[in-house]
Design a protein around this ligand. Structure first.
Ligand SMILES: Cc1cc2nc3c(=O)[nH]c(=O)nc-3n(C[C@H](O)[C@H](O)[C@H](O)COP(=O)(O)OP(=O)(O)OC[C@H]3O[C@@H](n4cnc5c(N)ncnc54)[C@H](O)[C@@H]3O)c2cc1C
Length: 297
């Protein structure tokens, strides 16, 4: 029986674990070891850890949390969770079960790779989603934006701060408005509506974008924001509501809409970054402990 089980032991889960472990709570962190940024060679924009590999950051985090004997670890995937009279019963893929009073979901999200050959191999290397994470490393070079409509417009506006050598690929007929199209063109950004079939690359480093008509366009970097899904639908099965963006609905203390269930990190945040994941994990841990002490005192 644990006071808190944290499902997901990457940046946000470990951060919640540290707050709770240091608060003398009896905590278990269950992690399947599949963080979303694992393919990216270097992680940026997290102060003190800028330029480290994703693994270096999470390993150091884990070592620091492991020092607290209040926190236990379990490697595995949570496959089921049911509500019990005293809390929750959690079952893993190895058929182990654990009981807990409270749960923190720190499960992240899974990016769904589009059906474009080479996309998945370039993901996080030269195909990137976030300029704050990787824009500096690809500044002032030949860059594409693979997006349409409002997303393409927003990206064009944002990325033009990092490079002026920009082209928008709408991958089919443009859904940009006339005003958006005019504005993009005023900035000498071309819009190509051809359908994309593949990305030519060497070890994830982009060379060319290839279209269905067999023509191609040389590129060094490409911004894209693929669809995502949750790693698990357990929070929903337990009654947690989602936002209009499909993320877990939380308040400023990371509380979901279900009592004794919190969520932190990418599964509950529109802004994906290690620092935000760590901050929300810290908040979830501290808030939960505060709630428990109020009840106990
Ligand atoms: C390609 C890429 C590059 C990025 N680069 C940067 C960068 O340079 N700088 C930056 O600040 N941010 C970057 N980010 C964003 C950053 O990686 C995320 O914001 C951060 O990883 C979110 O942390 P998290 O703990 O919420 O989720 P994750 O790190 O994704 O971890 C979730 C964990 O939960 C586990 N899990 C899920 N379901 C279960 C289950 N049912 N049972 C057990 N375990 C489970 C997963 O296996 C995983 O280990 C990048 C993201 C991507 C996709």
């Amino acid at each position: 029986m644990f006071e808190v089980i944290i499902i997901g032991g990457s940046y946000s889960g470990l951060s919640a674990g540290m707050a709770l472990g240091r608060a003398l709570r009896n905590v278990l962190i269950i992690d399947a070891g599949q963080p979303c940024n694992q393919q990216t060679p270097h992680s940026h924009n997290f102060i003190t850890q800028d330029g480290k590999t994703p693994k270096e950051i999470s390993q150091l985090a884990k070592q620091q949390v492991e020092k607290y004997d209040t926190v236990k670890f379990y490697d595995g995937l949570v496959v089921n969770t049911i509500k019990t009279s005293g809390g929750f019963e959690i079952t893993t893929n190895k058929k182990d079960t654990f009981l807990t009073e409270k749960i923190i979901f720190a499960t992240g999200i899974k990016d769904i790779m589009p059906n474009i050959k080479g996309f998945a191999s370039c993901w996080g290397i030269s195909v990137i989603h976030c300029p704050y994470c990787h824009g500096y490393e690809v500044k002032n070079i030949k860059t594409g934006i693979l997006a349409n409509g409002n997303n393409a417009f927003h990206y064009a506006q944002l990325i033009s701060n990092w490079t002026k050598d920009l082209t928008v690929f709408t991958n089919g007929k443009s859904t940009l408005t006339v005003e958006q199209t005019d504005k993009i063109k005023q900035h000498n950004i071309a819009i190509i509506e051809k359908e994309v079939i593949a990305l030519e690359h060497i070890n994830g480093k982009l060379k060319e974008i290839i279209f269905t008509d067999n023509s191609s366009f040389e590129l060094k970097a490409l911004y894209a924001r693929p669809e995502f899904k949750h790693h698990t639908n357990i929070p929903e099965k337990l009654g947690c509501e989602l936002t209009e963006h499909g993320l877990l609905k939380v308040d400023m203390f990371q509380k979901t809409t279900v009592k004794n269930i919190l969520a932190c990190g990418d599964n509950a945040s529109l802004f994906r970054s290690v620092s935000v994941a760590v901050a929300s994990g810290n908040m979830a841990g501290a808030f939960l402990n505060n709630q428990m002490t109020e009840k106990e005192f």
